[in-house]
Design a protein around this ligand. Structure first.
Ligand SMILES: C[S@@+](CC[C@H](N)C(=O)[O-])C[C@H]1O[C@@H](n2cnc3c(N)ncnc32)[C@H](O)[C@@H]1O
Length: 251
């Protein structure tokens, strides 16, 4: 569904039909997806160029699109290393083809909740040096995790694995309207046969980010996070938003 909103070609009629249905309730959905992807690009460039991060673990990376994390980071420094993690087998298949010739980048098919499995996996052992700062990305993915999987504990667990001075990026769908929260959560739960979390509130995201020392501007709607240019359409309605920020892991 996300790929079809971004104008990708790797989606099915069922994905497009589900997007059409959801758009009736959350008309800003396409701009929200485009703005989220633009945030991801901006944040990775900022982490690499301004904070010197050279290693990235991208949890719930999604299907490859234009300007993926490794392309942005390796433009700043070709020595940057990236491990993409996603539980969708088509992400693994397409990512592996795309990355065949990039020895500093790997795709791991895993559940982002399996922190031990991820950190002990071959790609992470091979590419990520846990004595140097790492960026762990959770961009537009925590709404895929139900409360029973304790998303806040997941962020704390990953933070614990990372050396001090590492950074984390966390954002997810939030809404002030309980009607929108309930509708989208129910709809996506049905579409994914129970493999989804929920649209939450800003305070939930703030609680997830408690282990982090947030950098400016703190937690915000993502298009307002250090905006640089307006090359994606602004969100016209605010029935929901993608909300989050970036912070240091300190010990
Ligand atoms: C909305 S996309 C976000 C993609 C990318 N992070 C971005 O912001 O452009 C959510 C991604 O999370 C993945 N995902 C959902 N639940 C997951 C889980 N439990 N473990 C790993 N990946 C998951 C989905 O397959 C999908 O690719």
């Amino acid at each position: 569904m996300y790929d079809s909103l971004l104008g990708g070609r790797d989606n099915f009629p069922a994905d497009r039909a589900a997007c059409g249905e959801l758009l009736k309730h959350v008309p800003s959905m396409t701009e929200l997806a485009l703005n989220n992807r633009q945030f991801l690009r901006r944040v990775v460039h900022t982490l690499a160029a301004d904070y010197g991060i050279r290693q990235f673990i991208d949890h719930g990376s999604g299907l490859p699109t234009q300007d993926n994390v490794h392309e942005i980071a390796q433009r700043v420094d070709p020595a940057s290393r990236i491990v993409y993690v996603d539980n969708d087998p088509s992400v693994r298949a397409m990512g592996s083809v795309l990355l065949e010739s990039n020895e500093r980048t790997a795709v791991l098919q895993a559940d982002m909740r399996d922190t031990a499995e991820i950190f002990e996996s071959d790609p992470v052992r091979r590419l990520i040096d846990l004595d140097e700062p790492v960026a762990a990305l959770f961009v537009s993915v925590l709404h895929c995790i139900p409360d029973s999987s304790r998303p806040g504990e997941l962020i704390a667990k990953v933070a614990d694995r990372l050396p001090s001075g590492s950074m984390m990026v966390v954002c997810q769908l939030v809404s002030d309207s309980s009607e929108i929260r309930d509708f989208v959560t129910g709809f996506m739960d049905e579409q994914t046969q129970g493999h989804w979390g929920r649209v939450r509130e800003r305070a939930d995201v703030a609680a997830f980010c408690a282990p982090l020392e947030l950098v400016e501007p703190g937690l915000t709607e993502v298009s307002a996070w250090r905006p640089v240019h307006d090359d994606v359409p602004a969100q016209l309605t605010w029935e929901w938003e993608e909300y989050g920020g970036v912070g240091f892991v300190r010990r």
